[in-house]
Structure formats: structure tokens, C-alpha cells
Ligand binder design. Sequence first.
Ligand code: HEM
Ligand SMILES: *[C@@H]1O[C@H](CO)[C@@H](O)[C@H](O)[C@H]1NC(C)=O
Ligand SMILES: *[C@@H]1O[C@H](CO)[C@@H](O)[C@H](O)[C@H]1NC(C)=O
Ligand SMILES: *[C@@H]1O[C@H](CO)[C@@H](O)[C@H](O)[C@H]1NC(C)=O
Ligand SMILES: CC(=O)N[C@H]1CO[C@H](CO)[C@@H](O)[C@@H]1O
Length: 547
Amino acid sequence: MVFTQWVRFAALAIPEDVRNALGVVLLAFVASAIVRVVFSLVKTYLYDPLSIGRIMAKQGIEGPPFHPIFGTTAELNAYVKSVPESLPLDEDHDSMRTVSPHFHMYFPKFGKRFLYWRGPHAKLVSKDPGLAKEVLLSQYEFFQRHPQDIKMLSNFVGMGLDNLTGEKWAIERRTLNPFFYHDPLKGMVEGMVKGAEPVLKSWEEEVARAGGTAEFNLEEDLHTISGNIIAHTAFGTDHEKAKEIYQTQREYVNLLFQNLHSGWYWIPGFTYLPTQTNVTMARLRSTIDSSLHELITERRKAAERGDTASYGNDLLGIMLAAASNSTDETATEFNLASVFNNAKLFFFAGQDTVATVLTFTLLQLARYPEWQDRARQEVLEEVGETEAYDSTTLNRLKIVGMIVNETMRLFPAVISVSKVATKDMQINELFIPKGLTVEIPIVSYNQDPEIWGDDAHKFKPDRFEHGVSKACKHPRAFLPFSMGPKMCIGKEFALMELKLVVAMVLRRFRLSVSPHYKHHPYSSLLTRPKYGMKLIFSSRQASKLEH
Ligand code: HEM
Ligand SMILES: *[C@@H]1O[C@H](CO)[C@@H](O)[C@H](O)[C@H]1NC(C)=O
Ligand SMILES: *[C@@H]1O[C@H](CO)[C@@H](O)[C@H](O)[C@H]1NC(C)=O
Ligand SMILES: *[C@@H]1O[C@H](CO)[C@@H](O)[C@H](O)[C@H]1NC(C)=O
Ligand SMILES: CC(=O)N[C@H]1CO[C@H](CO)[C@@H](O)[C@@H]1O
């Protein structure tokens, strides 16, 4: 009150012409701020997309027309609506039809490459795996994740490894790498079994209660398995607390999916409005952050008080040790914030991905009984009836590995990776302007007859019998984990986990497809069955008795 009186008083003390002049200055200031905002909106949403479109058109690259703000979203959504709910479960797997409508629609229409629009972002897609090699390998320093993607993901994924570039990324990757290979990985089988066992046990009980055969809607349970496995391997003794955190994170991801699917997401400023979803998301996010913070702080304090001998030999322990290493430069770069961000990232990167691949692998086993039998026989031979799993026996599960790879080929968890050019570049005959996103169409390579032969749409695990390089005509066309320095750090971890869980399932159950299953794979961030994964499990004990 007093303050505003003073202002009024001071204003009256200023001569009128000076006051007018001040008013004009103020007005000019506000006007220029508005002009700047409008200018930057016009640049982002109109000028930049149009000029990139022109540059690409000059090089003969066509695509669907650009619509301000929404890009190609409306056209794609209309197509998605036109696809029937339930697709036939026949021999041919043309999953692109529903998983990546943009590849399905635009490759036939525009040829081997095209330009389309996600909101205002121009995306170049090419069938040529040679371009992927340049973007992900040879020139990877100049291609980064789009800031918009980072912003969307950083809210819950944390901005660990995945958002970093240059030296900082290299330090984090060096620090984390050892955990994901060789000896540490061997030690994780036990934690993986512990993570999976409770859900398998609950299935067994359910099947027994139902008299030997029961139908399951598996998707949620498989997420629980992969989440528990991360909780046990990465957070060791703290796995119970870690489980609560990832359950909250899953709720958050589901809301995010809903948001992304409504075109509203792309309206500038929309994500800042306090809508109901937004408010819930903010609440979930703060729960995740505070629980994780508590978990990390307690672990750190216990070790520093001397209650425990070390920070622990799980991933969290290794990260904390690196963060408190005062003897080298790593500690200053790999600090507690890195621990926090990477812990969130692992939950996201390591849980949904594996669950998704498991979901479709079990579907394929249920659909192809002859492969199910071969895989089970291999498991029984290698693992035996004692169920003593270790990394050596898991490595010997070759047929299971082939089935997993063939499933990832037809239903890759990640349908594409996108990287934006950070400078103007010439790649072979193609000019790539700064700001253009190159989208590597993993799922399209995977189903291209030129790369895999005429049976590209068939489920044929034996194509992987002599390794990936013999399975396809292009040495770098099979990219479920991407490639190059930024490829998935968890690849070996994931392959081991997948083999283990498949083995555990096959030892106990026979699988078949439920008549209630509606086949409709689709993708929002990751590939998922749109109407759940309904399979029938029969106890192997019971079926032995029948025979
Ligand atoms: C079948 C399961 C999985 C699939 C299909 C998958 C796929 C991918 C893909 C495509 C990328 C992007 C690479 C790029 O940007 O070029 C990636 C990155 C990453 N993944 Fe995975 N992933 C899986 C499992 C896991 C697991 C189990 C973990 C960890 C426990 C993990 C941790 C990461 C991390 C940390 C990155 C970022 C690496 C970096 O930027 O240096 N992933 N993954
Ligand atoms: C990503 O990392 C950069 C550089 O470390 C940082 O400036 C930026 O704020 C981060 N982005 C997000 C969304 O956290
Ligand atoms: C700490 O830094 C030293 C020197 O760089 C290194 O040899 C050691 O492995 C580091 N320890 C951890 C736990 O990262
Ligand atoms: C499956 O694919 C991965 C590459 O993603 C490869 O490392 C592995 O050797 C493959 N396994 C088989 C049996 O083909
Ligand atoms: C994703 C998100 O939480 N966005 C916004 C939701 O609304 C609040 C204001 O109520 C913003 O601060 C958030 O950024």
C-alpha cells in the first residue's frame, strides 16, 4: 500500500511531458517484447519449417503438405481411426500398418525417402540404412535428440545419459558401462530370478485354482516383472522402495501417452495450462522425485556413517561410488544429480522396453507351437529340471535368442530413433540443413524385402541361425537397440533378461492365443498391444498327466 502511494506520488512529481515520454518508452518496450515473441513463434512454427521444406523439395524429396502447428498429425490420426479394431492374426505380419502409419502411408506414396511433420518439426525418413550409419555412427556428434523430445522425456525420465552431449556424456557413459557388461552382468541373474519369480508363482497359483488352464491379460504383469528386475538389480536391498517409485512412474507415463495422442499437445503453451491431467502429472512427478531422493540419501548416509561396508554392488552403489570419488575428475562431472537422473532413466529405458518385447515374444510362442516346443526342449536340455539359471546356461539358449530377435524384427519396441542435425551437413549426395530431424525407420528396415528377402513379413526365427550378419543383406539393418556410441547401454542386460523370463515361462506353461485377444499392435513411444495381450496358460504338469 505504502509502496504504491509512493509510486503515485513520485509519478506526480515528474513533469507531465517527461511522464508522457516515459509512457512512450514503456509502450515501446512492451511492444518490442510482443514483437519478439510473435517473431520467434512465426520463425519456429512457420518460417523454419517452410524453409526446410523448400530446401528438401529442391533435392527432390517430397512428402505430405505442411500444416502450421499440427504438422501431419491430423492426417495420421484420421488414418489410424480408419483401421479396424481387430486385425487378422494371419501368417503375414505387416505391423507397420498400425505401428508406424507414417512409414506405411508415405513410403509407397513418395518413394524411398520422404519429409513429414511432427508439429512444426521437419522429419526426413529414408529407406537407406547407409544414412543410419552416417547419423548414428560416423557423424554422431552432429546429431542430437530434439530439444522437444528431451523436454517431454526429461520430466520423468530425468535428464541423465540421454540428454547429455560431448565430454559430459562420455564421462557418464564410461562410468556406467562396466556395470552392463561381463562380470557384473553374470552376478545379476540371481536378482533377475528374484524379480520375476513372484509373478510366475502367482500365475501358477491362478492356473492351479482354475484347474490347469487359465486366461491372462499379460501386459501389466510383464511390466511388473521387468520393473521388479530393475528394482532388484539396480537398487538391490532397496528394491521394495524402488518398486513403488516405478509404479508411480508408470502412472505418469500412461498420462503422458494420453496427452501425446490428443493433438492438443502440440499447441504452443498448452503443456503449461493447469489442466486436470497436468496437475495429476505434476503431483506424480513430485512423488517420484521425493521418494527417489529419500532412497538415495539414505543409502549414501548409511555408507558414509560406516553402517555398510560400501555403497553396495548394485547399479545405485556403483553410481554413488563414482559420484563420491574424490581422486579424479569424474566425481565433479558425475555427481549426485547424475545419480538421480540416471536412476530415473534406467526405470524408463529398462522397464517398458523389455516388457514390450516380452509381450510380443510370448504372443509369437503362442501362435507358433512348433517354435514353442523347440524352445522349450532347448530350455529343458540346457537348464534342466533344477532351474539353476546362470549366465552360461542363458548364453546357450540359442533358439530362444533367435525367437526373441525375430520378434524384435517384426515388433520392435522402438520403431525409430530421431536425431536433429546441429549444423548444415553434406552426406553423400544429400544436403542436410541445421534443424532437420533425421528419423531412422528401424521398423521399416526390419520388414523390407530388399533387406530380408521375400519372406520379410513371415515369422521365421531360423533366419538368425548363423547370426545377424547372415540373416540380412545389409550388415547394419537390424537395429532394435540402435547403433554407434549412443546405442542402448542395456542391450546385453535386456537380452539376458528376455531369455531368462522366456525360459522360466516355458518350463512351467504351455501357451496359446486366447479367442479374446484382439490383434492391434500400435506405438506411442514404444510398441504395445492396443487391447492388451490375452493368452491362455496351461500348466505343464497338468498336460503331462493328460497325455
Ligand atoms: C529390449 C529392450 C530394449 C530396447 C529395445 C532398447 C532400445 C534402445 C534404443 C533404441 C536406444 C536409443 C539409442 C539411440 O539414441 O541411438 C536406447 C538407449 C538407451 N537404453 Fe535401451 N533398450 C532396451 C533395454 C534397456 C535396458 C534394460 C536398459 C538399462 C537397464 C537400457 C538403457 C538405455 C540407456 C541408458 C540408453 C541411453 C544410452 C546413451 O544415450 O548413451 N535399455 N535403448
Ligand atoms: C540437457 O542438458 C543440457 C546440457 O547439459 C542442459 O543445459 C539442459 O538444460 C538439459 N535439458 C533438460 C530438459 O534438462
Ligand atoms: C576413482 O578414481 C580413480 C582415479 O581415476 C579410479 O582409478 C577409480 O577406479 C575410481 N573409482 C570409482 C569407484 O569410480
Ligand atoms: C540377436 O540380435 C542381437 C543384436 O541386436 C545380437 O547381438 C545377437 O547376437 C542376436 N542373436 C541371435 C541368436 O541372432
Ligand atoms: C507438464 C506440466 O506439468 N506442465 C505444467 C502444468 O501446469 C503447471 C502450472 O499449474 C506448470 O507449472 C507446469 O509446467
